[in-house]
Design a binder for this molecule. Sequence first.
Ligand code: NDP
Length: 515
Amino acid sequence: MKVKPFRNEPFTDFSKKSNLEKQKRALASVKKQLGKTYPLVIDGKKLKSDGKIISYNPSDKDEVIAKFYKGTKEIARHAVESAYKKFREWRYVSPEERASYLFKAAALARKKKFEINAWMIYETGKNYAEADGDTAEAIDFMEFYAREMLRSAAGQPVTSIKGERNELIYLPLGVGVTVPPWNFPFAILVGMTSAAIVTGNTVVLKPSSDSPMMGKIFCDIMKEVGLPDGVLNFLPGSGAEVGDTLVGHPKTRFITFTGSMEVGKHIYELASKVQHGQIWLKRVVAEMGGKDSIIVDKETNVDVAVKDVVASAFGFQGQKCSACSRVIVDKTVYSKFVNKLKTEVEKIQVGSPIENFGMGAVINENARKSILNYIRIGKREGKLLVGGGKARGNGYFIKPTVFIDIKPDSRLAQEEIFGPVLAVIKSKNYEQSLKIANNTIYGLTGAVYTRNRKKIEAAKKHLLIGNLYFNRKCTGALVGAHPFGGFNMSGTDSKAGGRDYLLLFLQAKLMSEKI
Ligand code: NDP
């Protein structure tokens, strides 16, 4: 199969009126489809159950986006068993055919881009550009992993020995359970699931209960491009209720999780227990939280640093694992930085993402409560510079909030808040800035603003961060260019969107023949 080299999907330019109109038309069309009920899909069969999961619009909390029949423990067991049966066929389908489904699905997602964006804007509260970036990333994952599968299928070179024919090939693992978060509701879900499928595994997908519609959209696309029934099984359900059944099932071979550290640790522990009848050690790919820092050195353009810190901290309401939640500023430029930061943050307008406001609502009531609690803690641990509470609207709106003079070991500087709250920390010098940046249990993303080459080299050497950027924001990783994954409690450093990723879903088989 001949394919063109991978290129990232371009982002839609919403400064063009025609694109803005297309997005608004898609939103109007989706609005008419809100509130319907959808089934679970196991082995191609539509199933109903007694309970329902209801997905709401976080920016207008009484508006129902969709309802889904809810997975039960019994349905979860049935899903793994039936995926296990299907695996016996799917594993022998050629890599070229498997890759072809991803290429077709990427093309279809590209065609439906404005519609996918619209559902995401309604279901998770992303503004137009954030939703569009998410959809583009999902397309990238499919295009990239399809190509990677073709590359891996060629096998790996082994040392040649006289009198032997040696060959190393990659085989799929078995049934995978994919458990994505709601914050990149399409990109991460599509990335984790399509990687598992293209490598020849079958999948039970349990979408986040905050964004099940995005999972349904992906499953519909895969069905439309002809993916055989049973390869991808759609099981919405509460993580707490069906998660343990899926993870603990003896026929589950691997789990691909992206979400919070607490849930990640729980899955890791449960998966490590060998169940009765289980004949393998389960593999767990777990990408978890972050407490990401930007260092602002005295040798830098403070205006540029402020703009990028604001984008990194408040894009999608700070609900990105890569979001900057701590900025560590050299004392020489501290006051200048803080003054400019205040001015920039005050410009952010909070409002409905359906009308494309810069900052929308946070995902749900629990998230808002937890963030408001951190705002209370911040008021004790530092000085409130700007924001500091709820914002108006019939959704979970919070003002973009900044605290200054935060101590590096305080709760605000250590715990993942996952919302629009930024802690500003003053440092004595660059050396201390590096130490502060390394002082959490996480190690996901970070950025350093400095013109000094030696300081850049020192950061490369000392910072324990999976994705480290210089003189640019710490969000917005691109598939292929910035493979993504963190150290320590940020996860297993799987480097999604990179050349090592598919190996996590494969096992190598060596064959040696005497000739
Ligand atoms: P959660 O950990 O709350 O949920 C993630 C997924 O796990 C959801 O689908 C959830 O289902 C499910 N789940 C919950 N309990 C269980 C269980 N016992 N067994 C199996 N599955 C379970 O995270 P969020 O969705 O709130 O996502 C935000 C978090 O994700 C942040 O910490 C963020 O940093 C992290 N993240 C990390 C990324 C990375 O690449 N490192 C990227 C993006 C986000 P349900 O919704 O039904 O509870």
